[in-house]
Write a protein that binds this ligand. Sequence first.
Ligand code: ZN
Length: 189
Amino acid sequence: MSGPPALLLALEVLDTMISAGAAALPRETGGILGGFRDGNLVVVTRAVVVSDSGSSRNDYVRRDTVARARLADIRAQAAPVVGYVGEWHTHPADQPPSGTDLATLQQIALEADDLVALIVLPFDGANALTPHSLIGASARTRARRRSVLTWSAPVEISELDAAQLESCANTAHDTEGIPPGAKAGPDAR
Ligand SMILES: [Zn+2]
């Protein structure tokens, strides 16, 4: 990997979170993020709402069974490149990610064994504020234990929508991928 990981959101992802978050106020809501990875970039094309009937002003539990069913729905509809890339939830007040949120990120990074994102969208009254976004990745240490690295990554919003981004990914992987052993640059003779 070179450079810190970054996060790119499809045009409509933040809107989905803002409308679900506003509808749930004064309680929290959240769900899972669908998308794909491209090198150090986590591309989020779908924010899926996984509602929690027991959520409160400062607590949201992302229900596993519902989340799995929603993810299966996405996989059935979306391009094959799309899979689970993380979690999101709202904070009804202007609060950054909590200690629990960071622990969750570490846990999902260990389980995913790849880059994962956590987006926390705070509100001030009815207004959505700038989202906080974190990326986690698990790595093996010299002692062969696994440790998790986390980064604070600014959210960049793409000008492309989900379908456009997902079709770019398909093209890149299926037809424009560099064949194994191919060389490029001044070394190639
Ligand atoms: Zn939180």
